[in-house]
Design a protein around this ligand. Structure first.
Ligand SMILES: Nc1ncnc2c1ncn2[C@@H]1O[C@H](COP(=O)(O)OP(=O)(O)OP(=O)(O)O)[C@@H](O)[C@H]1O
Length: 735
């Protein structure tokens, strides 16, 4: 039980237990006002929270978990409370015209009679008016059936409280506190009014109080005497109240139906919620399954990735191994080739020595100097295939060739009469003996085809390098080194016995090996073809003045003879070309002018780098002196020129880093054995050697079934690209 409202309660107050029924309440209040004049009135209402009642009736087991504080129930209760208050307030308002001070005591409890008895105890109520039903036969008795509440209150309420039971505006009985009865019987005295009295008046009569003591009587009498007969009680609003009660009843019904509706709705929502929960759960399960699968895929993926990286690592390892194996193979092949050549030489030497021993004859040129047959020459040049031709001069065509495992240059001299054969052989014999590091080596000859076999140099001629000076110009160190090599060769041939004169010295006759060592070619050729080509030679000279005359000693045109000084003249022109890189026409005059103006720089070729000016100037003076028309004014090769050039030789040897990268040595296995050039499309043949594809195909297409290197029969003619070598060449070229 809890008091909701307590307003202005005191001991002089008559409490009137009022219910929802407006009519009955009106009768109670009417009686009270008439009989307790001057007393304050407090309306005691036990409020059964019908929301709870209704709720407990309407709810099913599913909603038992809900607390009353839940919103719809709370709202329902609030509405109920508000209606009760409004009703009580209306009762109070109705008392105002009668001049009665009224207040209300609202107590919430399901059991009304209990609520009233407890209120009596808690609020020490002394005066209480309660509605009750009367016995049909006896107005002085409470009806047993209909007044259960009144009977309960009469029996259970504190004895200190005087209670008046009213039925239809009439007092049917009262329970007043009597000290005597209390003391003697231990219970309250019950005054019952007879029906006659009750019918005639609704007021107490002195007879009715006969059991009370004098104090009680006084009190009751004072109540009776103090009543105001003039008090007018207006019940104009009785009907309104009954309507209000009806309204409340309807409202209750509305609330209950609303509540039931709300409960139904809630049930639906809950069912929907349950379904959604099931779906969410299902989706969660699916999601878990998908996540599991995803995790599995991720695991597989990472396993695959690690496998891939492992295999990549293995591939890289294998590649490296293959590359190193290929390198090893290449170096082994090189060694093998060298050994083969050495072996062949050794065999040859042994044969020569055996011949010596057997015939007991002195060492002869014929034995030492190889003589090749025409068949060999023909084979080496692939039937003089034009694609194997590397040049053509006044004295015939030059072919590349592979002869007895050697890369050679074969110079085909013009045909001659039978008479000249012995002279040719004699000349060749002399020339073959002239050996110097800066002279092109004459390996052998073929008398039949009147050809000379030279070592093959794969770095072109000085002429070709000067011609393409914009592209990879020769550095000045190399130029000086070439000049030194030429000078060295000239000193050697001029000093040999008998003196040998080149007679045709020019840049096309200065050939360069892979290390840019210069070697003079065509030594002694004019003497081999002099007679037969005298006239042609002269014609050729005069037909190409720019090309040829510039290098020719002017004395030759006077005497018709070459002298060692003629070579010095030619060397002077070459030297000027190396210094300036300028065209031949007017070259001597321009350099002379520059020197006179002490401005050699004006004519120097700076594409060769920063020349050492002092030595360069000395060389320029020497070169001009070489080009003097009078041979007597030309400098001496040994005492004058060599002394200036020799220090340059040291530069090249000591400082190789000065040499342009692009001019470095080509690894021999990058060079095709057939064409002697760096390979672009290397292919491996059945003999295990790698060749330039075009060259080896040409070799095979021309009917060969042998190896160009070993001369042995090939097992097959299939070619396999050598990717490793191709990549190595590309890398080397990009460095
Ligand atoms: N041993 C060799 N190695 C490499 N290339 C060579 C060799 N001999 C000659 N050559 C090339 O052949 C070209 C032709 O040379 P060749 O001596 O027949 O004619 P030339 O010097 O141009 O003119 P000419 O002989 O009429 O004065 C040379 O420029 C050179 O490039």
């Amino acid at each position: 039980m809890g008091s909701i409202v307590v307003e202005d309660a005191d001991t002089d107050t008559v409490y009137v237990a009022v219910g929802n029924n407006a009519e009955k309440t009106q009768q109670l209040l009417h009686w009270t006002v008439n009989n307790f004049s001057g007393k304050n009135v407090c309306l005691l209402h036990i409020h059964r929270p019908h929301s709870l009642n209704s709720f407990s009736c309407a709810t099913d087991k599913n909603l038992s978990g809900y607390e009353p504080k839940d919103l719809p129930i709370q709202a329902f209760q609030d509405q109920g409370n508000q209606s009760v208050h409004e009703l009580l307030d209306q009762y109070i308002l109705d008392l105002v015209p009668a001049g009665v001070r009224a207040c209300k005591l609202l107590i919430e409890m399901d059991d009304i009679e209990k609520g009233i008895t407890e209120a009596i105890a808690q609020h020490s109520i002394r005066w209480l008016v309660v509605g009750a039903a009367a016995d049909g036969y006896n107005m002085g008795k409470l009806a047993k059936q209909d007044s259960e509440k009144a009977i309960f209150i009469r029996e259970q309420a504190l004895l200190s409280c005087n209670i008046w039971f009213i039925c239809k505006g009439n007092l049917i009985c009262t329970r007043v506190y009597s000290k005597h009865t209390s003391d003697i019987e231990g219970g309250p005295a019950l005054l019952v009014l007879n029906s006659n009295t009750e019918k005639s008046t609704s007021k107490w009569t002195p007879d009715a109080l006969k059991c009370l003591d004098s104090g009680d009587m006084k009190e009751i009498q004072s109540i009776s005497s103090n009543r105001s007969l003039n008090t007018r009680w207006s019940f104009n609003k009785v009907m309104d109240r009954s309507k209000l009660a009806d309204l409340m009843f309807h409202e209750d019904e509305a609330f209950e139906s609303q509540c039931a509706q709300e409960i139904r709705r809630r049930k639906e929502v809950e069912e929907q919620l349950a379904r959604s929960k099931q779906e969410v759960q299902k989706m969660k399960n699916q999601q878990d399954e998908i996540l599991e699968e995803l995790q599995m895929v991720k695991d597989q993926n990472s396993a695959l990735m690690s496998q891939i990286s492992e295999s990549q690592f293995t591939v890289t390892e294998f590649e490296e191994k293959i590359i190193s194996a290929v390198d090893l193979l290449i170096s082994f092949r090189e060694k093998r080739d060298r050994l083969r050549i050495e072996h062949a030489n050794a065999v040859r030497e042994v044969q020569v020595l055996r011949t010596f021993g057997e015939a007991d004859t002195p060492f002869s040129y014929q034995v030492e100097f190889p003589a090749f047959s025409f068949v060999e020459i023909n084979e080496a040049t692939h039937d003089f295939d034009p694609s194997w031709k590397i040049g053509e001069g006044r004295y015939g065509s030059v072919y590349k060739g592979l002869l007895r495992n050697m890369h050679v240059a074969i110079k085909m001299l013009p045909s001659y009469g039978q008479e000249s054969l012995s002279k040719f052989q004699h000349q060749v014999e002399i020339l073959s003996r002239v050996r110097h590091p800066n002279l092109l080596t004459l390996i052998g000859s073929c008398a039949e085809s009147r050809s000379l076999v030279y070592e093959y140099l794969n770095n072109g001629s000085l002429e070709s390098h000067l011609a393409r000076k914009e592209k990879n110009p020769l550095p000045w160190q190399i130029r000086m080194s070439i000049a030194t090599d030429i000078c060295s060769a000239l000193i050697f041939i001029h000093s040999s016995k008998p003196c040998i004169i080149h007679g045709n010295l020019k840049p096309s006759k200065v050939l360069l090996d892979a290390n840019f060592v210069a070697k003079l070619s065509d030594l002694g050729i004019p003497s081999l073809v002099q007679q037969s080509l005298d006239s042609a030679d002269a014609n050729t000279i005069y037909n190409n003045p720019n090309e040829r005359l510039a290098y020719v000693d002017p004395e030759y045109f006077v005497n018709g003879k070459f002298t060692p000084e003629s070579d010095v003249y030619s060397f002077g022109v070459i030297l000027l070309q190396l210094l300036t890189g300028r065209p031949l026409l007017g070259l001597v005059r321009n350099v002379k002018c520059a020197l006179e103006k002490e401005n050699l720089k004006a004519v120097l070729d700076f594409s060769a780098g920063e020349w050492p000016l002092y030595q360069t100037e000395l060389l320029a003076y020497l070169a001009l002196r070489c080009c003097e028309k009078n041979w007597l004014n030309r400098p001496d090769l040994v005492s004058e020129i060599w002394s200036v050039l020799e220090p340059f030789k040291a530069i090249r040897v000591d400082k190789p880093y000065l040499i342009s990268k692009k001019l470095r040595r080509v690894p021999s296995h990058f060079v095709c054995p057939i064409v002697q050039e760096v390979m672009e499309d290397p292919y491996i043949a059945a003999d295990g050697f790698t060749y330039e594809e075009e060259a080896i195909r040409g070799w095979l297409n021309s009917g060969h079934d042998t190896s160009p290197m070993t001369n042995l029969k090939l097992d097959h003619t299939d070619l396999v690209p050598n990717y490793a070598l191709h990549n190595a060449i590309l890398e080397w070229q990009q460095q």
